[in-house]
Design a protein around this ligand. Structure first.
Ligand SMILES: [Zn+2]
Length: 211
C-alpha cells in the first residue's frame, strides 16, 4: 500500500505502524504529520525516543523504570518500605499511584507466568522478590526495615492469577511470617490494571484479602 511513497517516508510509516494500536492508516497520518511539522519539533521527537532508550533502565531494587540506579519511590524515605506491591509491568505502577491510597513500595515482575508463551518463573523477577522479603535482601530495604506485607497486584487475567498463586506459594514457603494479600475482586476480570480507574483500584486495594 505504501509502495508509492519515497523510501524514507515508507520507512517512517513502517516504524510507526509497529507501535501498539497504530494501524497502517494511522501510521500514514502520523508520518504526514511529522513531515508537516517543523524540523525542530520532528528532531525533538526523535531525540526523546533516543534519550529514553539511552537513559532509562530498571531500578536495582524494584525493577521499575528509572534514570538512576534506584527509582524515586525506592529512594523516598516517606514511603512504607515494609509494604511491597507486586505488579506485572512498570506501566502498572502509574494506576496504583493515581489511587493516592498506596504508600508502600513496588516490585515489578516484568511480565506474568505463561508456560504457553514460554514465560517461566525464572524469566520474571520472582527470585529477586523472595530475596527482598527474606534476610538476604534486608540490606536493600534499609536497616531495621523488615517487610511486613506483600500485596499481589498482578492483573485479574488467567496469567496474572496464576502468577499471584505461584508467588503466594513461594512466599509462604520462604517467609512464613509475612502477610500476603491479593487485591479484592471488583476489578474487571480479564482486563489490565493499567486500564482500571483509580476509584475501583483504590477500593480493590483497601479491600485486599489475605491469600
Ligand atoms: Zn525502585
Amino acid at each position: 500500500v505504501t509502495d508509492s511513497y519515497a523510501p524514507p517516508v515508507q520507512r517512517l510509516v513502517t516504524e510507526l505502524s509497529k507501535l501498539p494500536g497504530i494501524g497502517n492508516r494511522t501510521a500514514q497520518r502520523l508520518a504526514f504529520h511529522v513531515l508537516r511539522a517543523s524540523t525542530q519539533d520532528a528532531s525533538a521527537l526523535a531525540q526523546a525516543i533516543i534519550e529514553v532508550k539511552e537513559k532509562i533502565g530498571l531500578c536495582e531494587v524494584c525493577f521499575n523504570l528509572t534514570d538512576e540506579r534506584r527509582c524515586r519511590i525506592c529512594e523516598d524515605p516517606r514511603r512504607d518500605h515494609a509494604l511491597i506491591c507486586v505488579v506485572e509491568e512498570p506501566s502498572d505502577v502509574i494506576p496504583m499511584e493515581r489511587t493516592h491510597e498506596y504508600r508502600g513500595v513496588y516490585h515489578v515482575l516484568g511480565g506474568a507466568l505463561s508456560p504457553i508463551d514460554g514465560v517461566d518463573p525464572e524469566d520474571l523477577k520472582i527470585e529477586q522478590l523472595l530475596a527482598r522479603v527474606t534476610s538476604a535482601g534486608q540490606a536493600d530495604v534499609g536497616p531495621g526495615v523488615a517487610v511486613r506485607e506483600v500485596v499481589l497486584a498482578t492483573n485479574p487475567t488467567t496469567t496474572g492469577e496464576a502468577t499471584a498463586l505461584h508467588i503466594a506459594q513461594e512466599l509462604r514457603a520462604r517467609a512464613p511470617g509475612l502477610t500476603v494479600t491479593r487485591l479484592a475482586s471488583g476489578l474487571p476480570v480479564g482486563s489490565d490494571l493499567e486500564y482500571a480507574d483509580e476509584v475501583t483500584l483504590g477500593k480493590a486495594l483497601a479491600g485486599r484479602r489475605a491469600v
